[in-house]
Design a protein around this ligand. Sequence first.
Ligand SMILES: Nc1ncnc2c1ncn2[C@@H]1O[C@H](COP(=O)(O)OP(=O)(O)OP(=O)(O)O)[C@@H](O)[C@H]1O
Ligand SMILES: [Mg+2]
Length: 384
Amino acid sequence: MTKSRIAAVDVGNDSIKAIFGELEYEMNIPNIVARDTEDRPVIGIEELDTKEPLDGIHIKVHSPALKENNLIYRVGNLAAKSNNAVELDPGSSKSEEDQTLIMLLAALALDAVKGDFPRTKNVIDANYTLGTGLPLREVKEGKDAGYRSKLIGSVHQVEFLVTPKYQGLKVNIKFNEVKVYPEGFAAFINLVMDNHLKIINKDLIDKRILIQDIGGLSTDIAVIKNRNVDDDKAQGFNLGVSESLEAIREEIRTKHGVELDSRRDVVEIITRKNDRNHIMVKGSRTSVHDITDRILLDLAKKQYRLLRNVWQKNSQTEICYFVGGGAHVLKDYLKTLNNNLDGYNIEFFEDDKESIWMMANAYYKLITDFVRRTEKQKAAPAKS
Ligand SMILES: Nc1ncnc2c1ncn2[C@@H]1O[C@H](COP(=O)(O)OP(=O)(O)OP(=O)(O)O)[C@@H](O)[C@H]1O
Ligand SMILES: [Mg+2]
């Protein structure tokens, strides 16, 4: 049997985060796809110049799991440049969107071409043991089972078309095992356990806690009690930070005539250590604090209302952790609001990376532990 490689993948609405093998490779790709109509699209000079495969992901995906099979896509940064780019719609179901599968398979294929899977000419046979997740809401609806069987039941092929370095390679992806975890539960696991699922936070494990995950397009609040996610109490909201980042970008454009490339640039301006909330306008250092403050405070208030609402319904909660990229962006605003208002026991992560990679890290812990346990089981009878 071919060796199976571990993959832990968080398909976020804003970006996909993936961790592979023995933690040796991490990948972060914006969750954007664009259909390509022709087999060999006209490639602009700009794209020919892209040397990084991740900036030029151009693939054809064959998979029975897709609603629309055998289509060609631009993915990630390359898709962002096209005029027909699609980002996930807040109301959609991750488990039922082709886009989720396209992103997932693209990430696996990009890892597979680097790995030591068997290769015949230009075809690579990859095998993965996958840990991934779905929003609580979808797991509650039982959609995890269908999602898992779509993945595990067939061979998926990603064909690299005009992608730098990998053009012409085909990756056949099979799954040895697929585990689909509920997102909120995963965040809890990451908080209380290390890579060997040893408890690292004894204080926390039996507490009643909330985990408010502020993402790009959505916010999920998980309620943890008796070391488990309380499915009935968990709530998802179609409110993320992307819209606010976009609004800041737009206002900087109209007010200062400065065109920022992306929401990422906005994040950089509002979170950097030096010269925070300043931009250069015609060579002069200019404050945009008025714009960022107003828009972010407004979002922070909405997020605080969500917290208040859920806390009221779970009055014995002891602490709430804020995670996700949005927590990083709104940290100071939420802290100030909380000091002036209800004074809940709330906690943030110092490091933005920890906040953003929370789910991927959790899936990694869970799937490596699963692999260790199954290997032990296999080894045990052989020895006796
Ligand atoms: N250090 C950072 N690097 C990149 N993006 C950041 C950073 N900090 C905050 N963000 C922003 O935070 C937002 C949410 O990011 P996150 O990765 O948590 O969302 P997601 O998990 O992909 O989305 P969702 O949870 O809605 O599915 C993004 O809009 C992103 O631009
Ligand atoms: Mg997320």
